[in-house]
Write a protein that binds this ligand. Structure first.
Ligand code: ACM
Length: 641
């Protein structure tokens, strides 16, 4: 009896400490093309033998699998090129299987053996990612975990991506992220079968890549004054304040990153953002500007440099553009592109083109003379002239040109691919003109936006909730899909000061975008996705990767009743949550009133506090919203109607 009790206690403890232990439900992100669960479970033996080829491309496939199967489990894992009694076989097809293509795989889990087959090592890598997601969350641990039953459900999976371009953009200019941080970003993205990292390497706040022919770009252009708070509202630093904040990647660093990414089947797309967003370059080499006096400019430390009140393009308060009428600019770009092209093997180079102010160009005699000479009607045509010359430079280095959708204005360069960010319209127009398109619209894929209520998120000027990101559809109606290469989410980092926050902003919206670019459109299902997200939060907890729990927090809507009382409605993105609230300043838990219908804010109350539960378990963070904030929202809403 005592023994039975101890055994019961132990099994209870095991379940309590790792809720996923008994998991048999399958929760792979992104959802595979076809999953058939079969009877039984695979249990990891004490000695695991992996059979896998020894090609160099297999190195990371094997290393990743071996780490996951040995570090948390303490199991012995050996790898052999041929192993008749292998536990796990990673097999490259002798004859290519056309269904699964270059990146697809077939995964078969049987009670005593696992087999992954693919045409290429990339497919095996993705098969391994799916396999790891079949094991309990504890498989993500960086250290050994006791009392776990290392089981995976038996299953037959066939899987391949919908798009070849599955990207995340990481802005390493607004705030600099070290080489190791970029590697860790790659480590996380490949878990969700992303294959493209777009590095936004230059902007007004920093030039982040060593260019040997222009050393000032990183001697001067990579450094600003450290500030914290709301980026964009800071005071301009004094001229003599030390500029020690920032950094850059040496060319050796870039080679290392490219290699690191390649081993994980990721291409790096470098972006050199010109002719706007170029203050760091202008400060480093003032002769690249049309404007006198830029010698006194500084790399931006978050002070205001643009006036957006007139819409797009913005009015520049300092001239952050390269001069399109200056031959030195084309010499500069030729040398920069030469070095960039040599460093990055990926077929595209991104040359920016977004948000280029024209007010300084309008004042420039050199630009006026260029317009006359080249018969350019307006400033859009001036930018288009610049872009077409730049496209020739890029193509002369054997690369393809891609730019933000502003490059459509004034006429698209003949071979340019377009990254559609101002909604999907630019992408639709470019595809109509038979140009390649990558979709990354603000409306679905801008993961620098807030993902929950502004009372709890660091303030950004817009919101993109998980359910909206999940609706991302890269192929608009009526567009020939052959022009849509795929899609990506963009993480701009004005308000992202550190790596933990970069993770927080990326996940779980990165799951949603991954599913939009990998999974068949007809397999997407929001409720089912949220269930999987919840399980992946458990995995990220174990992996010590930060994510935003905002999807489990209430959406708070404040309005006025006909008799001007403040009314509050609470809803949730995810199903199955209960919301508890207080108006008396105390902290609600599940023993407080449960939200059932719109609330009238009590007359003299000062604060609404809310929290969500799923059953007995709190899911979201406690949110506290002062009455003034709700009044402001209600009155703005009423004014807008
Ligand atoms: C952009 O968001 N300015 C491309």
């Amino acid at each position: 009896m005592k023994k039975i009790l101890i055994a019961l206690c132990l099994s209870f403890l095991t379940v309590a400490s790792f809720g996923q232990n008994t998991q048999t439900s399958i929760a792979i992100i992104p959802e595979p093309v076809s999953v058939t669960q079969t009877n039984g479970k695979f249990t990891l033996p004490e000695n695991v033998v992996i059979e896998a080829g020894s090609q160099p491309e297999m190195k990371q496939v094997i290393a990743f699998l071996k780490d996951r199967l040995s570090i948390p489990t303490g199991r012995q894992v050996t790898v052999n090129a041929t192993a008749p009694s292998a536990t796990i076989r990673l097999l490259l097809n002798q004859k290519a299987d056309a269904t699964i293509g270059k990146e697809g795989y077939q995964l078969s889990v049987k009670p005593t053996a696992i087999e992954i087959k693919a045409n290429q090592p990339a497919g095996l890598y993705y098969g391994v990612q799916s396999l790891v997601q079949l094991f309990p969350a504890a498989i993500e641990s960086k250290t050994k975990v006791e009392n776990v039953t290392w089981e995976a459900p038996c299953v037959e999976i066939t899987d391949y991506p919908r798009f070849g371009w599955r990207g995340l953009m990481f802005d390493v200019s607004r705030h600099f992220f070290t080489k190791d941080e970029v590697k860790s970003y790659i480590d996380n993205m490949v878990r969700y079968k992303y294959n493209l990292l777009h590095l936004h390497l230059t902007d007004d706040e920093g030039w982040r890549i060593e260019i040997k022919s222009y050393p000032n770009l990183t001697k001067v252009g990579a450094w600003s004054v450290k500030k914290v708070g709301y980026f964009g509202t800071f005071e301009k630093p004094a001229a003599d304040e030390p500029r020690e904040y920032g950094g850059f990647y040496t060319q050796e660093d870039i080679k290392e990153l490219v290699q690191y990414a390649k081993e994980r089947f990721v291409n790096i797309l470098p972006e050199i953002d010109v002719p706007g967003h170029s203050l760091a370059a202008v400060v480093s080499y003032p002769e690249l500007s049309c404007t006198p006096g830029v010698e006194n400019y500084q790399v931006r430390s978050g002070e205001e440099i643009m006036d957006w009140s007139q819409g797009h393009p913005p009015i520049a308060l300092v001239d952050n553009t390269l001069c399109p009428a200056n031959e030195k600019v084309y010499e500069f770009l030729n040398k920069v592109v030469t070095e960039v092209a040599q460093l990055f093997p990926f077929e595209y180079i991104h040359m920016g083109g977004d948000e280029c102010p024209k007010n300084f160009w309008e004042k420039s005699d050199a630009v006026k003379a260029l317009m006359k000479k080249e018969k350019l009607k307006d400033m859009n045509e001036v930018q288009s002239y610049f872009t077409k010359r730049l496209e020739k430079i890029v193509m002369a280095k054997g690369k393809k040109f891609i730019g933000w959708d502003e490059i459509l204005q004034g006429g698209l360069a003949p071979n340019a691919a377009v990254m559609s960010w101002q909604g999907i319209e630019g992408g639709i127009e470019a595809a109509k003109q038979k140009h390649e398109v990558v979709m990354s619209p603000t409306t679905f894929a801008y993961i620098d936006y807030m993902q929950g209520d502004p009372s709890i998120e660091p303030r950004v000027y817009a919101t993109l909730r998980l359910n909206k990101a999940y609706q991302f559809e890269p192929v608009p109606n009526g567009v020939d899909p052959k022009y849509i290469k795929g899609g990506q989410a963009n993480l701009w980092t004005e308000q992202v000061y550190n790596m933990r926050h970069a993770e927080y902003m990326t996940w779980p919206r990165g799951f949603a975008i991954a599913e939009s670019v990998w999974s068949p459109k007809e397999k997407k299902n929001w409720n089912q996705f949220v269930n999987r997200v919840e399980q992946h939060f458990d995995r990220m907890d174990v992996a010590e990767v930060k994510y935003a729990p905002s999807v489990f927090e209430p959406i708070i809507t404040a309005t006025r009743t006909a008799d001007k009382q403040l009314k509050v409605e609470l809803t949730t993105e995810a199903e199955g949550l209960d919301i508890y609230y207080t108006f008396d300043n105390s902290f609600p838990d599940r023993f407080y009133p449960k939200y059932k219908e719109p609330l009238i804010f009590p007359k003299e109350a000062v604060m609404l506090r809310v929290i969500t539960y799923k059953g007995n378990e709190p899911k979201g963070r406690l949110m506290s919203i002062p009455v003034e904030e709700l009044q402001k929202r209600a009155d703005q809403k009423n004014a807008a109607h």
